[in-house]
Design a protein around this ligand. Structure first.
Ligand code: NAP
Length: 265
């Protein structure tokens, strides 16, 4: 197993991509902190599933946008599992899908606070611990949006581009402390967040139909992201740091052909 003896804190692991990452980390022997905010029952299910497969996991509630809550979560994780030497900052909310001229201050800062400030809160609170270990890994789940930079997505684009920048700068700051930092940019993954907007935008409600429209025959899956997280945190991935890595199934910077969100302005 590639992550035996490691402890991974995965934010937003109650559902979607985060739950997939938590399962992949556990499959490779890491003990996992399943962070959640509102979906306690779903988080407990992920924990039970990991335990049923012989792994170790605990669920901890914290709003990643709140520095003090994140601080307490990290303290609890270290107290219960001994350390946190892998952080996957994944928790996120949808962008508002509006032209900038229609965005309110509150809407813009809500998106920035959840993604970008959330990533800072998590990294800032785990780093003092990580510096004491031989190796640490920080992974920010960013988005394909930082390459596409589509219209009507400025809150989300800016938040995710900020996360890419955090990853690159932080990797340099921590390179002599054995801490690897990368950003991962998923393509379209059929989670609650993305499926709602795919079906609203395209009118398609059958996953198989959408899969058929993708270059490699399917959308990205949470496990594709989880497998990359495992690889980066493993010995094999140990020389990769300071990178933004997209996982999008041969879709480039253009949106997939069926997916062209309409202008809101
Ligand atoms: P999702 O299915 O909607 O799940 C979102 C997760 O984030 C949930 O576990 C939710 O927890 C958690 N969360 C939201 N706000 C939180 C907060 N303030 N504090 C702690 N947890 C919070 O979304 P997803 O599609 O898996 O997205 C995961 C990440 O991937 C996001 O950062 C997203 O931007 C990014 N991404 C997704 C796609 C895609 O196509 N799906 C593509 C590119 C990037 P609770 O339910 O417990 O509140």
């Amino acid at each position: 197993m590639k992550l035996e003896g490691r402890v991974a804190l995965v934010t937003g692991a109650s559902r979607g991509i985060g739950a997939g990452i938590a399962r992949c980390m556990a499959r490779e022997g890491a003990a996992v902190v399943v962070n959640y905010f509102r979906s306690e029952a779903a988080a407990r299910e992920v924990v039970q599933e990991i335990e049923a497969s012989g792994g170790r996991a605990i669920a901890i509630r914290a709003d990643v946008g709140d520095f003090q809550q994140v601080k307490r979560m990290v303290e609890q994780a270290v107290a219960e599992l001994g350390k946190v030497d892998i952080l996957v900052s994944n928790a996120g909310i949808k962008g508002k899908g509006k032209a900038l001229i229609d965005l309110t201050y509150e809407e813009f800062t809500e998106t920035i606070n959840n993604h970008l400030v959330g990533a800072f809160n998590c990294a800032r609170n785990v780093l003092p611990y990580m510096r004491g270990y031989e190796r640490g890994d920080i992974q920010f789940i960013s988005s394909r949006s930082t390459d596409m930079l589509m219209a009507n997505d400025s809150d989300y684009n800016a938040a995710k581009a900020g996360m890419d920048a955090l990853a690159k700068g932080l990797a340099k700051e921590e390179r002599y402390n054995g801490i690897r930092v990368n950003a991962i940019g998923p393509g379209l993954v059929p989670t609650d967040m993305a499926w709602e907007s795919v079906s609203k935008t395209t009118g398609m409600d059958d996953l198989e139909d959408v899969d058929k429209g993708m270059p490699l025959g399917r959308m990205v899956r949470a496990e594709d992201i989880g497998n990359l997280c495992v690889f980066l945190a493993s010995e094999e991935g140990s020389h990769i740091s300071g990178e933004v890595i997209y996982v999008r199934g041969a879709v480039g910077a253009e949106p997939p052909p069926f997916y062209l969100p309409k202008s809101t302005s």
